[in-house]
Design a protein around this ligand. Structure first.
Ligand code: WQD
Length: 332
């Protein structure tokens, strides 16, 4: 099938395009390169040995987007494009709501006009908010504590309402836990602009000597070693989850959320130790105060994705640390 991938030059998007092409799909990327580089598109071609179309288009540019759909009749859309920095969203709420919500509305209207009513949406475990017990289950109430999180909650609601109003739509809402790692080739991976917000790219830059030490945000949580526990999932496992979601969207209609995680929690200090041991590097760190908005523990109940999508994560922490480090070394 020909699939349009918004944000396909990004971290998760590029890994998903590799798996789509490897599975025999045709890929059309739409990306405004606000948090990615066009060279990722060439790396996708290099890894797969296959070609794909790339359009540097912003979803807010309706006319350009309409032209892409006119030139490329697609069977489905995988929608990654969106701003995703929690802290930045608190400082720039208007930009986040405009880019993420209006961009999605224009995409959905353009899809409908083109007769494409199948979408896989990049949601996030952040929608589980602060009050749900772990492991998180898809039926739990969703909420948010920052504008970024609210855009995910709102877009899930938009897709639920659209599918309710027009039952011919399919919308698969993928709630990612903590995607890390990189493709085994080392050619694509996570390269955030500026100082990383997230743990793994920060650890990798400390190990690489780019940053002096890791600040561990609190060791007084109600967790085994007091540091935050998260469900880290290899980005290639996550990418493969999108293929399973695409198959589901082709076979079923309606809006359906799925957790994409491993079901296992790893603490910050466990991750530091795993990265050091796996890659034979040092990651100096200092315990500092908690980061506002963080929760103690977040990890997935993975049973629904296993039962319905016939998908589960296969790679462990060691491989995630190995592949992250390999990408950093290739990027030097
Ligand atoms: C993980 C753990 C931190 C950095 C965020 C977004 C979420 C999703 C994934 C988009 C926590 C600790 C981190 C550091 C640290 N993004 N930490 N020092 O916060 O679970 O999720 O990224 O969808 O929406 O909220 O990920 O990697 O920032 O933090 O101690 O320098 O590492 O406190 O316990 P998080 P993270």
């Amino acid at each position: 099938m020909k699939v349009l991938v918004t944000g396909g030059a990004g971290f998760i998007g590029s890994h998903t395009c590799v798996e789509l092409l490897n599975a025999g799909h045709e890929v059309v990327i739409v990306d405004n390169l606000s948090n990615s580089k066009e060279e990722a598109v060439d790396k996708i071609r290099e890894i797969t040995g296959k070609d794909l179309r790339f359009y540097r288009v912003d979803l807010l540019d309706r006319r350009e987007l309409e032209d892409v759909f006119a030139q490329n009749p697609v069977g489905a859309v995988i929608h990654f494009a969106g701003y995703k920095a929690v802290g930045e969203s608190v400082e720039k709420p208007l930009e986040y709501y405009w880019n993420n919500i209006a961009g999605t509305l224009i995409l959905l209207e353009t899809m409908r006009a083109a007769g494409c009513k199948k979408i896989v949406f990049s949601s996030s475990a952040t929608v589980y908010g602060m009050d749900n017990p772990v492991p998180f289950k898809e039926g739990y109430p969703i909420s948010a504590t920052n504008p970024y999180g609210y855009t995910k909650v709102m877009i899930e609601q938009i897709l639920q309402d659209l599918c309710h109003a027009d039952p011919s739509w399919s919308a698969v809402l993928l709630r990612y836990f903590n995607p890390i790692g990189a493709h085994e080739s080392g050619l694509i991976g996570e390269s955030p602009n500026g100082i990383p917000n997230n743990l793994l790219p920060y650890i990798a830059q400390v190990a690489d000597g780019v940053l002096p030490e890791l600040k561990v945000y609190g060791d007084d949580y109600d967790t085994p070693d007091g540091t935050g526990v998260r469900d880290y999932i290899h980005v290639v496992d996550l990418a493969k989850g999108h293929l399973a979601a695409l198959d589901y969207a082709v076979s079923y209609t309606g809006a359906e959320p799925f957790n994409l995680g491993t079901g296992h929690g790893t603490s910050v200090l466990e991750m530091v130790q795993a990265f050091e041991k796996t890659n034979n590097v040092r990651v100096p760190y200092k315990i500092v105060s908690r980061r506002a908005g963080d929760i103690a523990a977040a990890y997935a109940d993975t049973s629904k994705a296993e039962r319905v999508l016939h998908w589960h994560a296969e790679k462990g922490i060691t491989e995630m640390c190995q592949d992250s480090w390999k990408f950093i070394q290739h990027s030097r």
